[in-house]
Design a protein around this ligand. Structure first.
Ligand SMILES: CC(C)(COP(=O)(O)OP(=O)(O)OC[C@H]1O[C@@H](n2cnc3c(N)ncnc32)[C@H](O)[C@@H]1OP(=O)(O)O)[C@@H](O)C(=O)NCCC(=O)NCCS
Length: 170
C-alpha cells in the first residue's frame, strides 16, 4: 500500500495544476494540454472545491510531503439525477505504484461519508487501461459506453462506471 495522504488544494499549487493538466503526456486521454487561461480557471476552481459539492485534493507522499497527483469528486447532473463524478491523475514518475488506486479508495471513503449522493460515477475513455483497471479493482460496475464531455468542449467515447456509496447499508 503506497504511503500517501490527501490534502486540500493550496494557493501555491498553480504549478502543480500545470503539471497535471498542462502537460501533453498527462492529457493524452483527455483533450491535450489546457491553455494558461483554462489552467488558471481550474486552479481557482480547485481552491474552492473543498466541500460536499466538490472536493479536489492533492495526493501527497506521506514521508516526502511531495505532491504526486490529484483526486476528487464533484456533483454532476447525469441522466436527470444528481450524482458524484470522480477523477484522478498521478504524475508520470510516480505511476505504476498503486498510488491512484490508493488515493481513489480514500476519496471514495470521503464521498461515502458525505451521506449525500448514492452513486459515484467515473468516465474514463475505453482506451485508458489504467483508469478502467482502477474502477474495476475498486468495485465500480461498468454500465456501458457513453458520449461524455470532459473537459468542457471536448466530447469523446467514455466508459460509464458506477459505484453504490450506500451499498453497505443494505
Ligand atoms: C491513470 C493514472 C491515474 C493511473 O495512476 P497509477 O498511480 O499509475 O495507477 P495505479 O498504479 O494505482 O493502478 C493502475 C492499475 O492499472 C493497471 N494498468 C496499468 N496500465 C494498464 C493497461 N494499459 N491496461 C490494463 N491495466 C493497466 C495496473 O496494473 C494497476 O492495476 P493493479 O494494481 O491491479 O496491478 C495515471 O496513469 C495518470 O495520471 N495518467 C494520466 C492522466 C489520466 O489519464 N487521468 C485519468 C483520466 S480518466
Amino acid at each position: 500500500m503506497p504511503d500517501i495522504r490527501l490534502e486540500p488544494w493550496g494557493e501555491d499549487d498553480f504549478p502543480f495544476v500545470e503539471k497535471l493538466m498542462g502537460d501533453p503526456e498527462m492529457t493524452t486521454h483527455l483533450a491535450g494540454p489546457e491553455s494558461p487561461e483554462r489552467l488558471a480557471e481550474r486552479h481557482e476552481r480547485y481552491l474552492r472545491a473543498n466541500n460536499s459539492t466538490a472536493r479536489m485534493l492533492k495526493i501527497v507522499g506521506e514521508e516526502t510531503g511531495e505532491a504526486v497527483g490529484s483526486v476528487g469528486y464533484w456533483e454532476k447532473e447525469w441522466r436527470g439525477e444528481l450524482i458524484y463524478e470522480t477523477g484522478w491523475g498521478v504524475l508520470p514518475p510516480f505511476q505504476g505504484r498503486g498510488i491512484a488506486s490508493a488515493a481513489t479508495a480514500l476519496a471514495i471513503e470521503l464521498a461515502r461519508a458525505e451521506r449525500k449522493h448514492r452513486y459515484l460515477h467515473a468516465f474514463p475513455p475505453p482506451d485508458n487501461g489504467a483508469s478502467n483497471a482502477i474502477c474495476r479493482k475498486l468495485g465500480f460496475e461498468l454500465l456501458g459506453e457513453v458520449e461524455f464531455e470532459f473537459p468542457p468542449g471536448h466530447v469523446a467515447a467514455s466508459n460509464d462506471w458506477r459505484l453504490d456509496l450506500f451499498a453497505s447499508d443494505v
